[in-house]
Design a protein around this ligand. Structure first.
Ligand code: NAP
Ligand code: ZN
Length: 349
């Protein structure tokens, strides 16, 4: 089945309209009409070949929401018309310890929604900047938000789970002081979720202009990270810092803000490495520098249900497919509040 998509033929070329093939749904597959797809900074890293191993043509997109169009004969959990989502994972080995623990995101055989090997044409997965996708039912998420919010739910499928999972893993809740570094797609969700979990939230930004907005997102305090005095006022005080920054920067400036046994977890994945932190900043207070990758399917469903219950969605700017390249440039300049979401109906023409 041929569907319209938006993708690039090389890392130094803009994205453009193209047609791709989707497989006919197998016995356990769900075929989805994609209504909206968020634009994650990872899409930009991958399609511009900033990360290694990009296969072209590359169709990014892993913040997918839409309606079920058809299901395979053995699918019992979903029916045509259901509101569903697909995040960053479309397959995994299903039997390793990670899969059995519901942590398919850490399975060595995890198949990402784009740029991962698949028997389907053209030999690697193609993502949500497209009209339809066909996915094994195990990786399909149920959306319980009202339909009017569907576009703003899309970013939960990556930005939401990537921030929710570490917040839960490090037991964020009342009485905990949590820092969120970088107020972009991930960071703005991190602020909303940490606030909803009951923590005291401090937002760190390089943009003075985001100060007021960060408070509205749910931050209790905002620090402009270039201001040494503001930074020093928070020395040795954080239980957890969630660092979402998409570029290399000085990690020590944040490590010294952790209290004894505090953790900074990196979720930002810059194309080039950070300078190594000063080990004394770890040794002196038994601090931990950690990482975290998206989240498992069960936890993604838990996050979606938590957000539906608490009325949480992303703050988005809806764009047409022909605005994707421009959206990338604006994302690089930090000119986004706080996630671009593609209206996939604009792929039809
Ligand atoms: P984004 O919307 O571009 O937000 C990143 C934010 O980081 C910016 O808004 C900016 O916030 C801050 N920033 C950017 N450049 C900076 C610099 N040079 N120094 C300091 N701060 C800077 O990106 P995103 O979609 O949230 O993604 C963030 C990163 O997470 C990307 O690298 C992406 O690939 C990665 N990611 C990882 C996972 C995972 O599983 N670990 C999942 C999804 C995405 P301020 O203006 O507030 O400073
Ligand atoms: Zn993403």
């Amino acid at each position: 089945m041929l569907v319209n998509a938006y993708g690039a033929h090389a890392g130094d070329q803009p994205l453009q309209p193209l047609q791709i093939t989707r497989r006919a749904p197998g016995a356990h597959d769900v075929q989805i009409d994609i209504a909206f797809c968020g634009i994650c900074h990872s899409d930009l890293h991958q399609v511009r070949a900033e990360w290694q191993g990009t296969q072209f043509p590359c169709v990014p997109g892993h913040e997918i929401v839409g309606r079920v169009a058809a299901v395979g004969v053995h699918v019992h959990g979903f029916r045509p018309g259901d509101l569903v989502g697909i995040g960053c994972i479309v397959d995994s080995c299903k039997h390793c310890a990670d899969c059995e623990d519901g942590l398919e995101n850490y399975c060595d055989g995890m198949i990402g929604t784009y740029n991962f090997p698949t028997p389907d044409a053209p030999g690697w997965t193609l993502g949500g900047y497209s009209q339809q996708i066909v996915v094994h039912e195990r990786y399909v998420l149920r959306i319980r938000h009202p339909e009017e919010q569907l576009a703003a739910v899309a970013p939960l499928l990556c930005a939401g789970i990537t921030t929710y999972s570490p917040l839960r893993h490090w037991n964020v809740g009342p009485g905990k002081k949590v820092g969120v570094v970088g107020i972009g797609g991930l960071g703005h969700m991190g602020i909303k979720l940490a606030h909803a979990l009951g923590a005291h939230v401090v937002a760190f930004t390089t943009s003075d202009a985001k100060r007021e907005a960060a408070l509205q997102l749910g931050a209790d305090e905002v620090v402009v990270s270039r201001n040494a005095e503001e930074m020093a006022a928070h020395a040795k005080s954080f239980d957890l810092i969630l660092n979402t920054v998409a570029a290399p920067h000085n990690l020590d400036a944040f490590l010294v803000l952790l209290k004894r046994d505090g953790t900074m977890t990196l979720v930002g994945a810059p194309a080039t490495p950070h300078d190594s932190p000063n080990v004394f900043n770890l040794i002196m207070k038994r601090r931990t520098l950690a990482g975290s990758m998206i989240g498992g399917i069960a936890e993604t469903q838990e996050m979606l249900d938590f957000c539906a219950e608490h009325g949480i969605v992303a703050d988005i700017e809806l764009v047409r497919a022909d605005q994707i390249n421009d959206s990338y440039e604006r994302m690089l300049k930090g000119d986004v509040k706080y996630r671009f979401v593609i209206d996939n109906a604009t792929l039809a023409g």
